[in-house]
Ligand binder design. Structure first.
Ligand code: NAD
Length: 359
């Protein structure tokens, strides 16, 4: 059934270069942005890549800041700002995953400097105007167009080094954005079209990436799916799945992408009875029947060595009750009403890794 055509469509401007070898164009993009004093940011583990990018920029790179860490602690933003001021930086070049892009966003929020992002995971932060900073044990998130990268270079050759296990969970993390976009309260036909294609490309690409991590074509397929997912994440609001993952990550220290991978099939199963059209689109993208969407997503993880239970991620059973209370505390848009007892059942299922039961 066609959903009613009644929507608001908003997309912030963006400039994207996509393709194997596109990193070579980084200097021309810095020039296009109008910068001559770039600082390259990365995690300590990706410093070598940061140095390679700095080399491509030559005299236009005035600093390298390889100190990004998970969850963007405010102290890391302050440290990066010190380098920004010391070197009179006019552009932040973020090379890496969501943590590195997140650090650049934290700095941009304070300084209004533009960002050029070169993603090396499927997380998708590079396409959004969403920021997140941790301070005093809490992660605060917000939306501000100033943090949205002015330019994004997707080069599938750069993601070849992401280990298969991380590729799988990072890819399912991306898929979760597309899944929730299909039943978002502020969904639009454009976002839904991109979301369905995102699921299709990720489901096609990820098994090939896990089997052959060096297959650049498979990396491009999954990166394309992740890009589409990131676009829709920026356009529409997320629902139950993201609320659960945020709760498990924020209050119980659960790992980001792995938790998304475990929870997604259960979130789909929870909402299945209320998302007929969205479920059909997911089924079409995954090549299965609508009633099999949740189990197909779980199989994607299982067959490719990904986690399927919170137990295997180290979550303690005694915390399930508290997690369900926290996740049901505040109301937020979700196709099926969020009822604490039902969320507890969902989490119990996810803890044990049971087959997700679509209502
Ligand atoms: P990450 O950036 O923390 O990277 C994980 C690890 O992988 C790091 O050690 C990194 O150095 C390494 N790594 C990254 N790319 C690699 C590669 N190609 N080869 C080898 N190692 C590589 O993880 P992530 O999953 O990309 O990002 C997660 C974070 O991003 C979370 O904090 C999440 O909240 C945030 N996020 C934000 C948004 C947003 O819109 N603001 C969207 C998605 C995710």
């Amino acid at each position: 059934m066609q959903p009613s055509l009644d929507f608001v469509y908003q997309s912030l401007p963006h400039h994207v270069l996509f393709g194997a070898g596109k990193l070579a164009e980084v200097k021309s993009q810095v020039e296009r942005v109008g910068s001559r004093r770039a600082m390259v940011l990365s995690t300590p583990g990706q410093e070598e890549l940061a140095r390679r990018v700095a080399g491509l920029l030559g005299e236009w790179c005035v600093a390298i800041h390889p100190h990004a860490i998970q969850h963007v602690p405010y102290e890391t933003v302050k440290a990066a700002m010190k380098d920004v001021h010391q070197h009179n930086v006019d552009l932040l070049v973020a090379v890496g995953g969501g943590s590195t892009v997140g650090l650049a966003k934290g700095v941009a929020l304070e300084t209004k400097l533009p960002i050029l992002a070169i993603p090396t995971t499927y997380a998708g932060s590079e396409m959004t105007h969403i920021w997140g900073i941790s301070k005093d044990g809490h992660k605060t998130t917000g939306r501000d167009s100033v943090v949205k990268p002015a330019c994004v270079i997707y080069d599938p050759e750069l993601i070849v080094s992401l280990p298969p296990a991380m590729s799988l969970t990072s890819g399912v993390n991306a898929m979760a954005h597309a899944v929730e976009a299909l039943y978002a309260q502020n969904q639009s036909p454009i976002a839904s079209m991109m979301a369905e294609e995102s699921i299709r490309q990720l489901a096609l690409g990820l098994p090939r990436v896990v089997a052959q991590p060096g297959d650049v074509e498979a990396r491009a397929t999954s990166m394309y799916g992740a890009w589409l997912a990131a676009c829709v994440l920026d356009m529409v609001g997320m629902a139950l799945h993201h609320k659960l993952c945020h709760t498990l990550g924020g209050s119980f220290g659960m790992p980001h992408a792995e938790t998304h991978t475990v929870i997604l099939p259960y979130a789909i199963a929870y909402n299945a009875s209320s998302i007929g059209n969205a479920l059909s689109r997911m089924a079409r993208a995954l090549g299965c029947e609508p009633m099999q969407v949740a189990s197909t997503v779980q199989e994607l993880s299982r067959q490719n060595g990904g986690p399927t239970s919170l137990r295997e991620l180290g979550f303690e059973e005694k915390n399930l009750q508290r997690a369900s209370e926290l996740a049901a505390q505040k109301s937020y848009p979700n196709p099926r009403p969020v009822v604490q007892e039902d969320i507890l059942f969902l989490l119990q299922q996810a803890w044990s890794g049971a087959l997700p039961q679509q209502a």
